[in-house]
Design a protein around this ligand. Structure first.
Ligand SMILES: [Zn+2]
Length: 63
């Protein structure tokens, strides 16, 4: 994992925290600043992606 990957993950972490706290409405992409975040929860995995710029991250649902 490169340093920039790590930076990207830390940027996503705030969004993932919101998602895990059930705040999934009105999320703003930290990369393109558009309200285009789409959340997909499948079991223990959470996929958060931006439909605008195509960036995405997969997190683990703590619950
Ligand atoms: Zn985006």
């Amino acid at each position: 994992m490169s340093e920039s990957d790590f930076d990207e993950l830390s940027v996503w972490q705030e969004i993932l925290d919101d998602v895990m706290n059930d705040r999934v409405d009105g999320l703003i992409c930290p990369f393109c600043d558009k309200k285009a975040i789409e959340v997909d929860m499948e079991g223990p995995a959470i996929v958060v992606k931006c439909t605008e710029c195509g960036r995405w991250v997969e997190g683990q649902n703590a619950f």
